[in-house]
Ligand binder design. Structure first.
Ligand code: A3P
Length: 329
């Protein structure tokens, strides 16, 4: 992958149409840039993120590889950061009325759609999100001088793959139904998708390289980059929410802890709670149905779908790629 500096320099002159194209990952064309396969639609916003996005010291940027718990992190960070303005038990809490992806927007998508005007108009403190790898973030965000903070969520690659398989299959079927041609959607085979994932050909892939970039950044600048693990959050959501609040500069008071505010956040943002909200049972975020963001929400579901031989193969690829880095899943 290119270094952050090299990417930042090159990105101003980026001609997306000249980049390697991959269309076997339906229904989203991917382009390869800086060592990663990125959604073409998101990549279109990257030059503007570099040229016009002005980070604020109060910004929180939620970063993730897709299907690793982005939706959950968006809900938790928003509910935690805005708990004074939006009491958690309030029936009109934004999370009861809007999908987390409509509340916390993708930086690169917003810049592709509106040259960042929507993001610039948001009041502080902003909670934003990105699927960009660390090396493609503008220096204005990553530099020590910028006080904006990054929260990353990491997940076992095998679960990330299985989650993305179900999500993509659903999205492909929904797109075909919308097109109303009566034709079957193109076949999207599990084994083929797995091969592509192993080759790093998936949204923001390779997944392990995406994770490594943020993990290394969190080691270099722990006060700037918080590295969370989906599996640990499932095991102990309350301590992770406290960690998140502290990192975002809005730690819970003794009184808040005593009155169960942390539990209220965990409860409001749980899979069951969000999944059963009317807003998440219908409607869509662009081409993606709200309900498709909520499935099982467990660790280790891969073992129900991937053979031991496939798991061993992916584990070996990941292990080789991470050798010497000090990071393990
Ligand atoms: P599974 O498909 O394994 O169930 P993303 O939000 O990055 O798209 O990730 C989606 C994954 O997170 C899905 O995993 C989904 O079920 C899970 N998820 C969504 N909301 C969640 C929540 N509130 N708590 C825990 N997991 C959640």
């Amino acid at each position: 992958p290119l270094s952050t500096d090299a990417c930042a320099t090159a990105i101003g002159e980026l001609d997306i149409t000249s980049l390697p194209l991959e269309t076997r990952f339906p229904p989203f064309p991917l382009r390869q840039y800086g060592g990663f396969w990125l959604l073409e639609k998101f990549l279109q916003g990257v030059p503007a993120v570099h040229s016009v996005f002005e980070p604020r010291s109060s910004d929180i940027l939620l970063a993730s590889f897709p299907k690793c718990g982005t939706t959950w992190l968006k809900a938790l960070a928003f509910a935690t950061r805005n708990r004074a303005e939006h009491p958690l038990r309030g029936l009109d809490h934004p999370l009861r009325r809007r999908n987390p992806h409509d509340i916390v927007q993708y930086l690169e998508l917003q810049h592709a759609q509106s040259m960042g005007h929507v993001v610039a108009a948001l009041p502080s403190p902003r909670v934003l999100s990105t699927h960009l790898p660390y090396s493609l973030l503008p220096r204005r965000i990553t530099t020590e001088e910028s006080a904006c903070r990054i929260v990353y969520i990491c997940r076992d690659p095998k679960d990330a793959f299985v989650s993305s398989w179900f999500f993509t299959k659903k999205t492909v079927a929904a797109a075909a139904a919308r097109a109303r041609t009566g034709e079957e959607p193109p076949p999207y085979m599990f084994e083929e998708a797995f091969e592509l994932f192993c080759d790093g050909i998936c949204v923001s892939g390779p997944q392990w390289r995406h994770v490594l970039g943020y993990w290394e950044a969190s080691r270099r600048q722990p006060e700037k980059v918080l590295f969370l693990r989906y599996e640990e959050m499932l095991q102990n959501p309350e301590s992770n929410v406290k960690k998140l609040a502290e990192f975002m500069g809005c730690a819970f008071s003794v009184e808040e802890e005593a009155t169960g505010v942390v539990q209220d956040i965990v409860e409001l943002c749980s899979l069951e709670s969000l999944k059963n909200m009317d807003v998440n049972k219908s409607g869509s975020h662009g081409p993606l149905a709200h309900e498709s963001f909520f499935r099982k929400g467990v660790a280790g579901d891969w073992s129900n779908h991937i053979t031991p031989a496939m798991a061993e193969r992916l584990d070996k690829i990941v292990e080789d790629a991470l050798q010497g880095s000090g990071f393990t899943f």
